[in-house]
Design a protein. Structure first.
Length: 330
């Protein structure tokens, strides 16, 4: 039998979907919240069984690249940890990283895709264009990985192989920051290796990234601090205009990184950090759950989160009317 993440019986309700005053659906999962000192403030469900971190792994991958001889700052660092929406600005950043590293666009190993951003996708199709790797949500991460390979003389062609020096470096950084050895390794949707950690280990690692200082004597932590600064200063690059991570970072100053299959990590400005997974894999409620968990432990202001939630895509419609909403039940 295949190994896997925590079971239905080990999860708790995290969010509901209401339509016309009736709870139509319920999202179950698990979550952990760490206080600024690293102590556990709240546990919901099973936080010890491993989950594939998916794109919530990107901060570790970016720190691995940035501490391997590649200087990425500002928007370039932000796009390295992004699941971007493929706007022209995003694509230009990716091209720039590759160009400065002397790496051809053809070296990108992520699959071709259309932009997630509606306007960018429509414009591309009107111009007669189609899917391309540059527009894929993970292209910034891939460009940064290729830049690290170029800087270190590592083979470009095999950079996605788990045994490649770059991927061994990612694993080393992940283990050092999370304090865990991944329980499993698979292939992510973009073709890169993805690792399975407990939610507790994932939260611990993200907290070490987001509370690092640029004055640290250790390069790994200095680069983690630079990445955190870049994300908070350039939230548009991390996700995209009107998208959940960008909105949360812009409006609340959090560090937010969603992952596929219902994974989310988030750190408040004071260092309070959480990791969660919605068990059914839906990501539609993860931002709301994360924000409410941080409100619940006093790390974010409830009134400000109320305002931000009106900007998120949480409405349930009936015809042209709003008849309900997705809301966290934690």
């Amino acid at each position: 039998m295949a190994t896997g993440t925590f079971a239905v019986g080990s999860s708790v309700e995290l969010a509901v979907v209401e339509r016309s005053g009736f709870v139509e659906s319920r999202h179950a999962g698990s979550a952990i919240v760490l206080g600024p000192d690293g102590g556990v403030l709240r546990e919901l469900g099973d936080v010890q069984t491993p989950v594939f971190a998916r794109s919530s792994l990107k901060p570790f991958q970016a720190v691995a690249v940035m501490s391997s001889g590649v200087t990425l700052r500002g928007e370039d660092a932000a796009i390295a940890t992004a699941s971007h929406s493929g706007t022209a600005r995003h694509v230009d950043l990716v091209r720039g990283i590759l160009a400065r590293a002397g790496v051809p666009v053809a070296a990108l190993g992520c699959p071709p895709a259309l932009p997630l951003d509606r306007e960018a996708r429509t414009q591309r199709l009107r111009d007669g264009g189609g899917p391309e790797p540059l527009a894929m949500a993970c292209s910034g991460k891939h460009a940064a990985m290729l830049a690290a390979c170029a800087a270190n003389g590592w083979d470009l062609a095999g950079y996605l192989d788990p045994t490649h020096p770059l991927q061994r470096r990612v694993l080393e950084v992940l283990e050092r920051l999370s304090g865990e050895r991944p329980a499993a390794t698979g292939i992510d949707g973009c073709g890169a290796p993805v690792h399975a950690l407990s939610l507790a280990g994932l939260a611990r690692g993200i907290q070490r990234v987001t509370t690092s200082q640029t004055s640290s004597p250790f390069a790994l932590y200095r680069e983690a601090a630079e990445l955190t600064l870049a994300v908070r200063e350039h939230p548009w690059a991390v996700d995209g205009p009107g998208r959940a991570d960008t909105i949360a970072i812009e409006r609340l100053g959090v560090f937010a990184k969603h992952g596929a299959e219902g994974v989310m990590v988030m750190s408040a400005p004071d260092g309070t950090t959480l990791a969660l997974k919605v068990l059914d894999g839906s990501g539609r409620a993860t931002t709301a759950i994360a924000l409410r968990l941080l409100v619940g432990v006093g790390a974010l202001d409830a009134a400000r989160v109320d305002e931000v939630e009106t900007e998120l895509d949480l409405w349930v419609t009936g015809g042209a009317e709003r008849v309900g909403r997705i809301r966290a039940s934690v």
